[in-house]
Design a protein. Structure first.
Lengths: 410, 421
């Protein structure tokens, strides 16, 4: 047998003891982690946990495994929202298929959960937009997915919204640039799959009654076309307008959840022609800033929220002390005095249902909500208590992220 | 249903390299055409130009009499079979087949008619109300085919559909696809890199190499009358053996002794210098097991056997031979191009399973000289190809197909009318 993995992969070493020579379907259940709420897969997929991390193992034909391994590696390096690949095991005895190992996307949810859970505060429209953002991002990067479906996507709560991740690149293809026809075909495949998946939930009695699968499916191509146009359109305007038009366009691209890469402005007789190259990577400005200040790794919208809180905390410190407080000092104090007390207060039986940064975000939301109601700021401590008593328990236990499930108690 | 005609199709990418170079190919209405070749031969690109996913640089793509170059994929009404294998667990088999129609807002009575017709063809009738979890592997694949059928497409397209299935299921599916195609009589284009799949499935097979057509013929014609070394080496498993040969009158001198040529073939190679003689493994036999009446039709030679491989119902012997440097280089190039393991200077010969020929010993072999082909090592051309005999083989295949399609159509109409009654 042969194992291929990407460094740093000390984690891979912990996996080497697994019975790779046996068919995945026959592995001892004691080695496996039961992960609920997965999508539909035509392959044998199993989950294992070692040293606090969870991995997804998928049995597929070797050429496909090699290709998917290479593609997922590229996607990750470029910051495309996809699962992270650890490696593959090939040349298994008895002509068995290869196994592709990916790192489990913690705190993620499947569409089955999102569409059927009564707790879900995410609208269908928001979900669809999230999926469309992912598809547009991939297409900008020259990736033809070939199997864009809800089953092949995982969703992570991110502040008030969601971020979608590609989890299956088996049919994906990379081109220097995708033709309009390839994109159109990919969108058509997505429309059909999303429609079928929602119909399936409907047949299972799992779909909220106000959602019409056909309507949702038909909305997908329209939304895709609108977003594609918004991020790729060339604009021509009068020279005197150029300053605010450029700023407006860039702001709009940011609002859609994208970062602008290069901006090209050409003066022509008709006016200024603006072309903006949209970056394919997930936007990361706030994420990087928060990481620099606090060492916390969270998602972009969460980071924006946390940074805002950090900044207001810094202002409060400066006012209290009557002198300037450096950003880095504020960062350390905010972590110790504000952030950690909140996330450390999560009782063990509720741990792992939402990412700590998401809990923090929701506590702030909850505080705002309670304060509105009371007509006076209720403060973080009271908001936290109320949130832990009444709100967090609404996130079902089966949402608990596998690495927390796998962790030894205590 | 429709014919597909390609006229001088060219596909060039940004770098100007032609991935598909001047291809003209007619696929008859109802025909099962295979596009086969090693990776990079242009087969998938060609299929994608039929579907409409790749722009055509020049040439005409005509489907059902209409030029479709500028039509979007969905306007071409073709069905990529197996582009969605997913089975939806809460939906019955019926709904798993029906959903493309539901999404297209097809009226219920039409959905019902189309799903039931498809279920008849696929013999899924008894399973329609079941959930897919209760189906066998083969039945699950048939559900995916059902989806393609209900779309009532002009043609079916398959892009390496079996490459991600295990060997057992692959065999089953091959049979299913062939049977389905015959029953529906629907024009089908099937892309594969696997010559075994090509040989067992298609009415005609189009062998591609570096973006150009090498030969379009029935599997039997490709096997018995290949146009060149490439086709001869690509089709057949184990592959054809290529030995160095020099011409001496009506004879070829080879490492396995002289091979007598008939007049036609002798004339074709007259005056040539160094050649390659191509002999399929099954044209050899253990000389001690050959009927005396048959022996004069070939030649006998003695050689040392390196390895034997006994498979129960058949047996192979591996016989090394010497070849000049020039020939070895040609063979290496050929095997690289064929994506195959290196064609070593060793012949693989098929001998009867009862043969007692042993490894590491000299043994006497017989070789049927009636069926050998002689190739020009420089151009690869098959000098001894009998075009007429080849055409006759393809003609036979066409007649068989027409008969089968007619039979299937008769059967199907019967079922359809009884279903409608």
């Amino acid at each position: 047998m042969r194992y291929l993995f990407r460094p740093p992969a000390t984690e891979a070493a912990a996996l080497l003891d697994l019975p790779w020579d046996r068919p995945l379907a026959e592995w001892d259940p004691a080695l496996l982690l039961d992960v609920p709420q997965r999508g539909i897969s035509r392959h044998v997929v199993r989950f294992v946990a070692t040293e606090g991390r969870v991995y997804a193992l998928k049995e597929i034909a070797e050429p496909l495994a090699r290709r998917e391994y290479a593609l997922l590696g590229e996607f990750e390096a470029e910051g495309l929202p996809s699962v992270s690949v650890l490696g593959i095991c090939v040349d298994r005895p008895g002509d068995q298929e290869a196994i592709l190992v990916t790192r489990y996307l913690e705190y993620s949810m499947s569409y089955r959960h999102l569409f059927s859970s009564p707790r879900s505060q995410h609208s269908t429209s928001q979900l669809l937009d999230t999926q469309v953002v992912l598809l547009v991002r991939l297409h900008l990067a020259g990736v033809f997915w070939g199997d864009c479906s809800l089953s092949n996507t995982l969703f992570r709560p991110d502040g008030d919204g969601l971020t979608a991740y590609l989890v299956d690149a088996e049919t994906a293809e990379r081109r220097p640039e995708l033709s309009a026809r390839m994109r159109e075909h990919d969108v058509e495949l997505a429309r059909e799959r999303v429609g079928a998946e929602l119909m399936d939930l409907q047949f299972g009695g799992l779909l909220a009654p106000d959602i019409d699968p056909l309507e949702v499916a038909d909305a997908l191509p329209e939304r895709y076309a609108a977003l594609w146009d918004a991020v790729t359109r060339e604009e021509v305007f009068q020279l005197e307008e150029q300053r605010y038009r450029v700023a407006e366009r860039l702001q709009w691209i940011n609002d859609l959840g994208f970062d602008a890469g290069e901006v090209e402005l050409v003066h022509t007789p008709e006016g200024a022609r603006l072309r903006v190259q949209t970056r394919v990577a997930e936007p990361g400005h706030n994420r990087r800033a928060l990481f620099r200040l606090t060492g916390l790794e969270v998602q972009e919208n969460q980071a924006r929220r946390l940074l805002n809180d950090l900044r207001s905390y810094r202002a409060w410190l400066e006012q209290k002390d009557g002198r300037p407080v450096p950003e880095s000092v504020a960062g350390h104090r905010w972590i110790a005095e504000v952030y950690l007390p909140v996330v450390d207060a999560i009782p063990p039986h509720l741990a792992g249902r939402l990412a700590p940064a998401q809990v923090f975000h929701e506590v702030l939301e909850h505080r705002w909500f309670l304060s509105e109601e009371a007509g006076v700021d209720v403060g973080t401590t009271a908001a936290l208590r109320s949130y832990l008593d009444h709100e967090l328990p609404k996130t079902p236990a089966d949402m608990t992220t596998p690495s927390v499930l796998a962790a030894p108690p205590g | 249903m429709a014919s597909i005609e390609m006229r001088n199709i060219v596909k060039k990418y940004g770098d100007g390299f032609p991935a598909v170079n001047d291809i003209s190919l007619d696929i008859a209405d109802g025909e099962f055409m295979i596009l086969v070749g090693p990776s990079g031969c242009g087969k998938s690109t060609l299929l994608r130009m039929i579907v409409g996913l790749e722009d055509i640089t020049s040439g005409d793509m005509v489907i059902g009499g209409d030029r479709v170059n500028d039509k979007a994929p969905r306007e071409r009404n073709l069905s990529m079979v197996f582009q969605n294998y997913a089975l939806y667990p809460h939906m019955s088999v019926y709904e798993n087949i029906a959903f493309p129609l539901r999404l297209a807002k097809t009226p219920d009575d039409k959905v019902d008619r189309l799903v039931k017709e498809a279920a008849d063809v696929l013999e899924l009738h008894e399973h329609l109300e079941r959930k897919p979890a209760n189906l066998s592997g083969g039945q699950r694949q048939r559900v995916a085919m059902g989806r393609a059928i209900v779309r009532q497409a002009e043609a079916f397209l398959f892009d390496e559909p079996l490459s991600n299935l295990d060997a057992k299921l692959r065999g089953q599916m091959r049979t299913e696809i062939a049977r389905l195609q015959r029953r529906l009589g629907i024009t089908t284009v099937y892309v594969t890199h696997d010559q075994t799949e090509a040989m067992t499935l298609g009415d005609r097979v189009c062998v591609l190499r570096k973006g150009s057509i090498q030969q379009v013929a029935s599997p039997r014609e490709l096997y018995e009358q290949p146009v060149n070394l490439f086709v001869a080496g690509f089709i057949g498993s184990p592959p054809m053996n290529f030995l160095p040969a020099t011409v001496e009158g009506n004879r070829l001198q080879t490492p396995f002794g002289p091979i007598e040529l008939d007049e036609r073939r002798a004339a074709a190679v007259a005056g040539r210098d160094l050649l390659l003689v191509g002999i399929r493994p099954e044209y050899f036999e253990d000389a001690s097991l050959v009927d005396d009446a048959k022996k004069p039709l070939g030649s006998t030679f003695t050689a040392r056997v390196d390895v034997t491989e006994w498979l129960g119902d058949q047996q192979y012997a591996y016989i090394p031979y010497e070849a000049p440097e020039k020939i070895r280089t040609h063979l290496q190039e050929l095997s690289r191009e064929l994506d195959s393991e290196e064609l070593r200077t060793q012949a693989i010969v098929s001998i009867d399973a009862t043969s007692r020929i042993r490894e590491g010993r000299d043994a006497e072999f017989w070789l049927d000289s009636r069926k050998v082909h002689v190739f020009d090592p420089e151009t690869g051309e098959n000098l001894t190809r009998d075009a007429e005999a080849g055409a006759a083989l393809t003609q036979m295949a066409n007649e068989d197909r027409e008969e089968q399609v007619a039979e299937a159509a008769g059967g199907l109409t019967g079922e359809r009318s009884s279903g409608a009654a």
